[in-house]
Each structure stands twice: as structure tokens, then as C-alpha cells.
Ligand binder design. Structure first.
Ligand code: ATP
Ligand code: PYR
Ligand code: K
Ligand code: MG
Length: 566
């Protein structure tokens, strides 16, 4: 790497700005460009000592030195095969279960494109989970993967207790069943053990008890103390841990109020997650923002940078959606349990609404459950499943999640490949059809420096698309600017260089961001020179490629925006 001519200042607080910007505008856009696109109040800007600079430079010497670039093996392979624009943007989360917990199986999932491994604390032992986390970290260290770890709390939910009986029981039409909170071992005929003492509170004769969102339905014919006698009115299967909900006059009887969002067991699982160094904690059955804030404060006071993800899976969470999204670091549309609490036909619109709100508030969002459900048993998905996956990608969700498909299915690796191919195809289609949205952005920043960062990222994304640059490089300590860029869903991939491991692992969930661990220095030019050199040395940047550069990594002073033509 050698000389670079900085011949243009863009929205700068020094006098060269306007002339230079007009000049670049002419050369790049073919028209003069106003220098005030990003921020117009120069005096304010100056007093804040913030400068936004755009540069066009040319690199004249080839670098020969081979240093280590912390690019993960999967991205590197994909980049070699498909080039910058072929990189997948939508991230993939896989639930780890008995079918994929060996080192070899986890490696297969990671190679296929798993970005985040999810461990559901509802199942299995702590030793089992610990062993899986160790294997994932070993894969990252020894084989060059970059897979983040998420634990998912059990949460407080009314379901059929797992008492070691047969894996499913059929309820026939008209049969009479007893739902009880009495604890017993093994199984009793026509008796179902509920997980929560107060499950029958407030329930009346004539109410409907719906199992797993419609797998079977019963009518309550008598309440006896804490227990219910019910008649099956819609036959079906009772699976282990089946979810129970009550309906009256076509409306859900909301029943979670007495239960804490985080139970004692959840807190000890959280302690376990902290000690194992997980990257995300997903909170099940969040009802309002308070529980999220509580956990975030708890982690903050312990000086842990673990991200807190709220799962939207209850009617109550939908009532408080905006405050929950605001309080959380990320969101999961947990369609499995959500489908128990709202009519199934409402799920598609609710999903779209949640994704859109998350974009507005700049929070990554995962679409979860039953994406490729049939692949638990079969090696190919149904056409409807592929359509569902593609729709989530078209809506610009950050990530897609597999549950049983990877945890207990026979074709987990294949399922990841289906997600990967379906998302790459839909991303390409959206680009080709010029469906790349210009999101109506809500202004988020409160402080001036946050507003500047936001405006720079919005402008940078527009520029990246308009100029057709090959990649965006962002140098970021806490990931804020990488995230603000991702929010705009720009066409080129966003390479986020960070010297914080927690930032790298958190960015793994963000659409279009390739997080790279890199020893950032205070010298921005040196950072740029070094990273471009390293990527060039790997043969991934060639002459004529253009890279747009954004930074928030320099202490206290500058946020920059630059374009480099290699
Ligand atoms: N660690 C595990 N050990 C054993 N089985 C597991 C494990 N994780 C998942 N499974 C199995 O995979 C199925 C799907 O897993 P998943 O954790 O996504 O369930 P879920 O019911 O959708 O999640 P949640 O309980 O958070 O609503 C579960 O029903 C369970 O049978
Ligand atoms: C993932 C999850 O918790 C659900 O879909 O219910
Ligand atoms: K869970
Ligand atoms: Mg759930």
C-alpha cells in the first residue's frame, strides 16, 4: 500500500469543502453535488470538532506482505467463489440439539453458513450445554469459524409437564381428559400434567383449552379446585411440553400475569451463560420492557457486553412491542409460541410489522420457527416453506432460525443450505428488480454526535448504491456505525473491522455485516492502508474496485466517510 491522494472533502468544516465536493460530484456523479448533504450547520459541527470527510484515492504500489486478516473461513470461501456482491446478507441461526451436538456435526453446520448457534435451556443438562459451547469456541479458534453463541431461556409458560411418558398421545373426539397440576411419575390414562399451579385460575366452564395452537382442542366441562375436566372437541396429538392456552368467545384468556419473565431457573441459566462467555441471551415470553431493562442493567453492572434479545411470542408482548424493541438489543419473532396466542392467520402481518419496526429502531431481528419444519423428517423442503423463507428475506429480516430442523432433524446441514440458497436467491432478485428499499428512516440520534453518525451512515449507504462500490469498510469499536449502515440494507457487503471481540460476535447477527477482528490503531490512515493491503494480498480486491470507508473508531474526534478506488 502506498500513496493515496486525498483530493476531496465532503461536508467538512474547513473551507476547501465546497469546491472539492462539487469537483468530485462532477467526476463521479456527472453532476455537481451540494456539499451540505450530510450536515448543514457548519458552526455547530465545528464546535463539536466533528468532521466528515470523503476522499477518492488511488493506490499505486502492490503490497507483498502477508499478515493475518481475521476474516472467517466461510466468508473467505464465499468471497473467492462469488465476489463481494455474491456474499449472503441474511444471517443464519441454528438450534443445537442431540442431532448436531458432536464436533463434526457442528463443523458441518458452521461450514454450511451457521452464524449463530442457539441453545434452548428448556432442554438437556447444563453439562451438555457447556460441552456444546466449548466445541463451538474450539471450532472458532482452531478452524477459523466465527459462530456466536446464544442461550434461550425457558421462561414462564404453561405447558404439558414432561413426565417421561410416551412421545405423543392421541386425543380422540369426545374423549374426556383430566388436566391436573398434581405431580406424578410415568403416565396415567386420559390425564395430562400441567406445568403451572395456577393454570386453571380464572377459567370457566365452556372455555376452550387449545393445545399447541390448534393441535387438539378441548372444552372445559368442570373445574375441580386447581384441575380441569375437559372434553376433546377437535381431536389431535398431545406432544411432550405441548403448550396450553385458553380461549373464550374467540379471544385468548391472557394468563401469564403472575409469572415472572425470568424464573429462578432462568437466572441460574443466565449465570451459566455469563460464565461460559455466551454472546446473546434470548428472553422467552417477554411481556414488557421492564424485564429486558432489568437484565440489561444486571449485565451492565457486571461489566458484561452480552446482547439481550427479546422474544416476541405472547399477545402481551405485541401490546408493548415498541417499548420492548427500544429496550432490547435484538428481537426474535418466535412464531411457534406466538401462534398459540394469536390466530395463525395473523402471523404473517405481525411478522412484517415487527421486522419493519426493528428496521426503524435499528434492532436486528430474527424470524424463527417452522421455516423448514418438514425437513425434520425429509431431505427436501415443501414449496410453501421455501416461499415462507423467501418472504422473510424479502422483508429484510436480519436472520433466519432453524429449530427442530437442526436440533433433532436428520437433515440439519441440508436445511442450512436451503436457507442459504433461498436467501441468496431472494437477495439477488431484490437487487436485480431494483427492489432495494430506501427505508423511511426514523431519526434515532439524540446527541449531535449520534445524529451525525446516523446521517453519515444513511448517506454512505445511498452513495454505496449510487456509485456501485464493491464493498463498504467500517472501522468501529462498539459496532454502532456498522449497525447504522446495515439498517439501510445497502447493496455492497459491510466489512466491519473492530478490536472488540464482543462487538465482532454481536455483529454476526446483523444483515450484510461481515465482522472482522482487527487490531485498530488511532491512526485511521494506517487502519485503512493495512486492511486494504491485507484484503488485496488475499487477492480479494482488484484494480478498479471501489471501497467506501466509514469510521467511528477514532477516539473522540472524527467520524469519516471516504471512497477509495483501488
Ligand atoms: N438441547 C436439546 N436437547 C434435546 N432436544 C432438543 C434440544 N434443543 C431442542 N430440542 C428439540 O428440538 C425441538 C425444537 O427445538 P426448539 O428449542 O426450537 O423448541 P421450541 O419449542 O420452538 O422453542 P421454545 O421452547 O423456546 O419455544 C424441541 O421440541 C426439542 O424436542
Ligand atoms: C423460538 C420460539 O421460542 C418459538 O417460536 O416459540
Ligand atoms: K426457550
Ligand atoms: Mg417459544
Amino acid at each position: 500500500m502506498a500513496s493515496m491522494t486525498a483530493d476531496l472533502a465532503f461536508v467538512s468544516n474547513y473551507p476547501m469543502a465546497k469546491a472539492s465536493c462539487m469537483d468530485l460530484g462532477k467526476r463521479v456523479f456527472g453532476v455537481p453535488v451540494s456539499p451540505r448533504i450530510i450536515w448543514s450547520n457548519r458552526r455547530k459541527l465545528k464546535s463539536f470538532a466533528t468532521r466528515a470527510v470523503m476522499q477518492v484515492g488511488s493506490i499505486v504500489e502492490e503490497s507483498k506482505k502477508e499478515e493475518c486478516l481475521g476474516l472467517d473461513v466461510v466468508t473467505e470461501t464465499e468471497l473467492r467463489e462469488k465476489g463481494f456482491l455474491g456474499l449472503r446478507k441474511t444471517k443464519l441461526v441454528c438450534t443445537v440439539g442431540p442431532a448436531c451436538c458432536s464436533y463434526e456435526e457442528l463443523e458441518k453446520l458452521a461450514s454450511a453458513g451457521m452464524n449463530v448457534a442457539r441453545l434452548n435451556m428448556c432442554h438437556n443438562t447444563r453439562i451438555w450445554h457447556q460441552d456444546v459451547i466449548k466445541k463451538i469456541k474450539k471450532l472458532n479458534h482452531e478452524k477459523g469459524f466465527c459462530v456466536s453463541v446464544m442461550i434461550d431461556t425457558e421462561g414462564s409458560q404453561i405447558h404439558v409437564a414432561d413426565h417421561g411418558g410416551p412421545s405423543s398421545v392421541k386425543a380422540e373426539d369426545g374423549s374426556i381428559w383430566f388436566f391436573t397440576t398434581e405431580k406424578f411419575e410415568g403416565c396415567r390414562p386420559f390425564t395430562v400434567q400441567a406445568s403451572y399451579e395456577g393454570f386453571a385460575e380464572g377459567i370457566k366452564e365452556g372455555d376452550e383449552l387449545v393445545v399447541d395452537g390448534g393441535m387438539a382442542t378441548f372444552e372445559v366441562i368442570e373445574r375441580i379446585g386447581n384441575d380441569l375436566r375437559c372434553k376433546c372437541i377437535d381431536p389431535g396429538l398431545l406432544l411432550p411440553r405441548a403448550k396450553l392456552s385458553f380461549w373464550r368467545d374467540g379471544k385468548l384468556v391472557e394468563k401469564h400475569h403472575e409469572l415472572p419473565t425470568l424464573s429462578t431457573k432462568d437466572w441460574s441459566d443466565i449465570e451459566f451463560g455469563i460464565s461460559e462467555g455466551v454472546d446473546f441471551i434470548a428472553m422467552s415470553f417477554v411481556r414488557d420492557a421492564d424485564a429486558v431493562k432489568h437484565l440489561k442493567n444486571y449485565l451492565f453492572n457486571k461489566n458484561k457486553s452480552i446482547k439481550v434479545l427479546a422474544k416476541i411470542e405472547s399477545l402481551e408482548s405485541l401490546h408493548n412491542l415498541e417499548e420492548i424493541v427500544e429496550a432490547s438489543d435484538a428481537i426474535m419473532v418466535a412464531r411457534g409460541d406466538l401462534g398459540v396466542e394469536i390466530p395463525l392467520e395473523q402471523i404473517p402481518t405481525v411478522q412484517e410489522k415487527i421486522i419493519s419496526l426493528c428496521r426503524q429502531l435499528n434492532k436486528p431481528v430474527i424470524v424463527a420457527s417452522q421455516l423448514l419444519e418438514s425437513m425434520i423428517e425429509y431431505p427436501t423442503p415443501t414449496r410453501a416453506e421455501v416461499a415462507d423463507v423467501s418472504e422473510a428475506v424479502r422483508q429484510y429480516a436480519d436472520a433466519l432460525m432453524l429449530s427442530g430442523e437442526s436440533a433433532i432433524g436428520c437433515f440439519g446441514e441440508k436445511a442450512v443450505c436451503v436457507l442459504r440458497m433461498a436467501s441468496t436467491r431472494m437477495e439477488l432478485w431484490s437487487r436485480e428488480e431494483n427492489q432495494q428499499p430506501s427505508f423511511p428512516q426514523r431519526e434515532l440520534g439524540v446527541s449531535l454526535s449520534d445524529q451525525i453518525a446516523e446521517q453519515i451512515c444513511n448517506s454512505a449507504s445511498r452513495m454505496a448504491n449510487n456509485l456501485g462500490v464493491d464493498a463498504v469498510f467500517v472501522y468501529t469499536k462498539h459496532g454502532q456505525m456498522a449497525s447504522l449502515l446495515s439498517r439501510n440494507r445497502p447493496i455492497p457487503p459491510i466489512f466491519a473491522f473492530t478490536n472488540e471481540e464482543s462487538t465482532q460476535m454481536a455483529l454476526n447477527l446483523q444483515w450484510g455485516v461481515i465482522p472482522i477482528f482487527f487490531d485498530l490503531s488511532d491512526d485511521m490512515d494506517a487502519n485503512m492502508a493495512k486492511t486494504i493491503d491485507l484484503i488485496k494480498a488475499k487477492g480479494m480486491l482488484k484494480e478498479g474496485d471501489a471501497v467506501l470507508i466509514v469510521s467511528d473508531a477514532i477516539p473522540t474526534v472524527y467520524q469519516t466517510l471516504q471512497v477509495k478506488v483501488i
